[in-house]
Structure formats: C-alpha cells, structure tokens
Design a protein around this ligand. Structure first.
Ligand code: GLN
Length: 411
C-alpha cells in the first residue's frame, strides 16, 4: 500500500456503526437520518430514472437543470447572480468537492489551516493531495461557566493564534459554518476577521457550509462568499444530503467565481468525470419544489424540536453541553461520568485513548452511540477533546426518547 494510506486508522464511522449493531445501541453517532426522505424528492427520483437521457453521463460540471436550480436558489442568498455555466460545479457529495478543490490547489508541502475540532475527512483530503494540515483550535471563552450550558458561540477563533499559523507555504483556510461538531454558526464579524487575514496573506478560503439550511433562530447563517470583499477568494461548498436529508445520494456542489472553480473542476473531471445523472436531476426538481413549498422552514422547525428533545435529556442526565446554533450535533461534556474500575476495552478502542473508551462505555453499558471528538483533533491538541463526545439529533422521536431514557442512568 502507498504511504498515502498506510497510516490510516479505521474510520470512526465504520467503527461505531459496528459497535452500535453489536450492542443494540441507540445510534446517535454518525449523522444520517433514520426517517424517510421528503416525498417530493423521492417522487422526483422515480421520474428521473425513467427518463432515459438522464441515465447517461452528464458534463463534468453537472446537469444544466441542477446548475440552474442552484443558481436560482443561491443567487438571492449570495446577493449576486450566480452564472449557472461558470459559477457552480456539481460534485459527488460535498466531500468530493472539497477533495477536488484541494487537488486543484495544493502542491507538495502546501499548508491548509483547519480549525479544531474539524470534520475528520478534511485531514486525508489534505494529506492525500500532498498538503500539510496546520491546526488552529477553537478556544472556549474563559468567562463561560463550563459546568452548565455553553453557547456554541463561546467556541472562538483566536485571531492572533490564527495569524501565527501562517507561513509562506500557507495556501488555504478551510472554514466550516455551521460547524460540525460544535454547532457554532460563525458571526459576520468573525467571518470578516478571518477573511481579512486570508486577504492580507492572499489565501484561498474554502467554506464548507453543508448545514446552511439548519440554523436555529435567532442565529442567522452568514456566507463569507456573500461578503463582497471575499467573493473573489472563496469557494463555498454545499450538500444535497444535508439540505434534503438524503445523505446516501452523494450530491454536493461548489460555488464561486469561475477562475477559482477552474482548478477544482479540472481535478473533479479526472476524479469522477461526472456525478450520477438521474439523482442530479432529482435534486434539481427538489430545489424547484422546495423554493415554493416552504420545505426549509418546516424542516428547520422539526430539527429545532429534535434539538430541544435531546438537549433536555442531556440536561436531565446532569451533563454539561454546548448548545448548537446550527447543524444537528450536540457536544456533550462527559467529565462527570465514571467508568467502573476494571471495565475492559478491546485493543482497537484502548489504543485510541480515553475519549474512545468513553464512547465505547456509553455504547456498551448505557446503550447510546456517540462519536469521540478526539477524532476531530490532531494528536498535539487531542487533550482539548478529552471530555467531549458528539451526539446527533437527525433522528426520529422514538429513537431520541429511547436515548433520553438510557442517558438518565449515566451519572
Ligand atoms: N458528516 C457525517 C457526520 O459528521 C459523517 C460522514 C461520514 O460518515 N463520513 O456524522
């Protein structure tokens, strides 16, 4: 095997999916929906697979109808007309979009700044393309009482620390808002501060905004690419999986100025050539419908209710947590949970540290699967994650209720 993959450990998603099944645990681990996709999206797919021209290759940048739908839905959100021919590229999920962008920009040794905790796929996406990750941890505001409910806005970028990470090799700042796993929605001021540092150093900004439709009042989602001074250095990433609750469709997109997208499109063309056509067409229909049927408002209201349900249960269990302003994740502080002496861990867990051990204990003994947040940190900063696990609430009420019951015996 190549040096590129030789150091990979088993991905956290596969590991905890297996443990969930073995222990018959309630799965609040991987962020996927256990409820049906919206009817209008499924109906659309049934139509498009029966439309034969749809069953053949599309052009690499994506089917025209989807690019037009993306332009129609996002142009008002960016406050400028997105040209469907040149300013949108459809990718095989947001992840492939990020991979292709990195492939299009990184040379051997180029540095990419990522904020910890970071979504775990960023790391291999950077290193497989010859890049070097440079870590900038979000710091919890020292005025916040960490024993209660921590607002996700209290997790902040230290701008001096960010500046100190920039070297002549830095090429990209990879942002994520709303943030997985913190649930933080970056404020306009924070984005301007980060954007100005990018501008001063002539860096590209990749803004992963896959949870953009899942932001809870009173917070609002700000797109850094919609701020005029940063449009010409920002590639924004989106996801049908998150927008419509169809994570298995693997359809995402990149948006930005043509000259910025060109290297990403060149790489994308050689990675997958194009994305599966009938589901692209179905997502296009999905956008056309959703823009007029009030889908986003209904969906966010559902998620707000699920967030309430899960955070209430965590509170009743006596655990501190970070209250998410967006996304469908909650970070829970497990420092009060005691694992009985002599509790045995299999080697694939023990070798990955205390945070994995906590999640193994929760899965096996409490019957609730969580994701160890140390997986979202570099070894040098993993200590910052020691007390945190991530629970997902993109789940049905009965699953969340069962998790709530089980969590009550945790402390
Ligand atoms: N985005 C999903 C999450 O954070 C997981 C994606 C994956 O399984 N690679 O739960």
């Amino acid at each position: 095997q190549s040096d590129r993959v030789a150091h990979f450990t088993q991905d956290v998603w596969s590991l905890f999916t297996r443990l969930t099944l073995e222990n018959n645990a309630v799965n609040l681990g991987q962020g996927f929906m256990n409820f049906p996709a919206p009817e209008f999206i499924k109906q659309a797919a049934a139509v498009t697979v029966n439309d034969d021209p749809c069953n053949q290759y599309s052009v690499p940048k994506g089917r025209l109808r989807l690019r037009q739908a993306l332009s129609a839905t996002y142009s008002p959100l960016f406050g400028r007309t997105l040209d469907p021919e040149n300013e949108v590229v459809v990718t095989a999920g947001a992840n492939e979009g990020i991979f292709a962008t990195l492939a299009g920009y990184l040379d051997q040794g180029s540095e990419v700044i990522i904020f910890e905790p970071y979504f775990d796929q960023y790391l291999p996406n950077i290193t497989m393309n010859g890049g070097v990750p440079v870590y900038c941890p979000l710091r919890i505001d020292s005025h916040v009482d960490r024993n209660g409910v921590v607002p996700s806005s209290a997790w902040r970028v230290d701008l001096d620390e960010l500046r100190s990470k920039i070297t002549p090799r830095t090429k990209i700042i990879l942002l994520n808002t709303p943030h997985n796993p913190v649930g933080k929605v970056f404020s306009e001021q924070e984005l301007r501060d980060i954007g100005r540092i990018a501008k001063e150093n002539n860096l590209l900004i990749i803004s992963d905004e896959v949870y953009d439709r899942l932001v809870f009042k009173p917070d609002v989602h700000t797109r850094i690419g919609a701020l005029n001074e940063f449009w010409d250095r920002t590639i924004t990433v989106g996801s049908a999986g998150k927008t419509f609750g169809i994570t298995g469709w693997r359809i995402g997109w990149l948006m930005g100025p043509q000259q910025l997208l060109a290297p990403a499109l060149a790489a994308h063309t050689r990675i997958v050539f194009c994305v599966n056509s009938p589901l692209q067409e179905a997502v296009a229909i999905g956008f056309e419908e959703a823009d007029k049927n009030g889908f986003y408002e209904r969906q966010v209201a559902e998620y707000e209710r699920r967030r309430e349900k899960l955070t209430r249960a965590i509170k009743q269990a006596g655990l501190p947590y970070t209250a998410p302003a967006g996304s469908y994740f909650v970070l829970v502080d497990t420092s009060k949970i005691r694992i009985p002496a002599g509790f045995k861990f299999p080697p694939e867990i023990a070798s990955r540290g205390a945070n994995f051990e906590m999640c193994y204990f929760l899965c096996k003994e409490i019957g609730v699967t969580a994701i160890p947040v140390s997986e979202f940190y570099s070894p040098e900063n993993a200590e910052l994650a020691r007390d945190f696990v991530r629970l997902a609430f993109c789940k049905t009420d009965d699953l969340l209720d069962e998790a709530a019951r089980r969590l009550q015996k945790v402390t």
